[in-house]
Ligand binder design. Structure first.
Ligand code: F6P
Length: 340
């Protein structure tokens, strides 16, 4: 077979490990892997190259994606779908593996109606894709958030400050919650439930009353106060209808300082969370996902996404994996509440 591969949407550590696994498992099965550049944009423009064993050497530990990525939606571009179909035909692609989140794999699902055979690999630091316990990149990002909070504790303690850490995660608080718990944040605010700023201030006051002189508040970029809305950086909307979030940390910090009088600072982790090498967990997950994706191509199991459920690598229909956000279950949030 000639198997096409692309990475789309926000990158994350682990993409390269997945590409490597697809190429190597492909060679084992006698297939040729064709890497499309910059997600769906590269497919539309026919920008691709065949990937050899050597092309994927020593990329396991390199962050980002060797293929490049974009947030291109062919369904929003005149003739986009036809261009994708023509390019895949020109490159004689029998099956396509798409590595990305809801948007990238959503395009793959819609293209199935146009005869394109695809298998999705879930990849986003947001970890919000239904059908899989983990998406690629999440664990690496959790480790970055944890490391950042570890460092913030010492400076917060030295200066007797409250530090508010703004963490990525549009509609689901997985990264804020897991990063916050592992880093020992004192309050964690997620998009799932609107937060009460008075309660946050109360938590910090209580800590001071037992002798603590610093606190860390982890806030997801998509979290919103009960009296308001998600904070956006601009009115700009991308090809998939997403707003650019950012700024809630600054708002939370301002309110804490105003209401409590404690000196407060904000740290926005931003794209640091998507950089650097993948964790061991993500490298293993990517490798298993890559092998499974090629095996699904061989078995003609298309319009599906590979997934991990418990320890098992399995697959789910793409239709079930797109269009909705997998939110953090309330019992996980409740556990974090006991640790304040
Ligand atoms: O979808 C992953 C994500 O990292 C979100 O957490 C974040 O809101 C968004 O991407 C940022 O996108 P961009 O890289 O386009 O600024």
């Amino acid at each position: 077979m000639r198997i096409g591969i692309l990475t789309g949407g926000g990158d994350s550590p682990g993409c390269n490990a997945a590409i490597r696994a697809v190429v190597r498992r492909g060679i084992y099965g006698g297939h040729v892997t064709v890497g499309f550049e910059d997600g769906w944009l590269g497919v539309m423009e026919g920008r691709a190259r065949e990937l050899s064993h050597n092309d994927v050497s020593r990329i396991l530990f390199i962050g980002g994606t060797m293929l490049g990525t974009s947030r291109t939606n062919p369904f929003k571009i005149d003739g986009g779908v036809e261009k994708c179909a023509a390019s895949l035909k020109d490159w004689r692609i029998d099956a396509l593996i798409t590595i990305g989140g809801d948007d990238t794999n959503g395009v793959a699902h819609r293209l199935a109606q146009h005869g394109i055979k695809a298998v999705g690999i879930p990849q986003t630091i947001d970890n919000d894709i239904p059908g899989t316990d983990y998406s690629l990149g999440f664990d690496s990002a959790v480790n970055i958030v944890m490391g950042a909070i570890d460092r913030l504790h010492t400076t917060a303690e030295s200066h007797h400050r409250v530090l508010v850490v703004e963490i990525m995660g549009r509609d689901a608080g997985w990264l804020a919650l897991f990063g916050g718990i592992s880093g020992g944040a004192d309050a964690i605010l997620t998009p799932e439930t609107k937060f009460d700023i008075d309660r946050v201030v109360e938590i910090i006051r209580k800590r001071h009353s037992i002798g603590k002189r610093s606190s860390i508040v982890a806030v997801a970029e998509g979290a919103a106060p009960i009296e308001g809305m998600q904070v956006t950086q601009s009115a700009e909307i991308d090809a998939f209808g997403h707003k650019r979030l950012g700024g809630v940390g600054e708002w939370v910090a301002g309110e804490i300082q105003k209401r409590s009088g404690f000196e407060t600072r904000t740290v926005i982790l931003g794209h640091l969370q998507r950089g650097g090498s993948a964790s061991a967990f993500d490298r293993i997950l990517a490798s298993r996902f890559g092998v499974k994706a090629v095996e699904m191509c061989e078995a003609s199991e298309f319009d599906r996404m590979v997934a991990i459920q418990g320890m098992n690598i399995t697959s789910v229909p793409l239709a079930e994996a797109i269009g909705t956000t997998r939110l953090v279950p309330p019992d996980l949030v409740r556990d974090a509440d006991f640790l304040k």
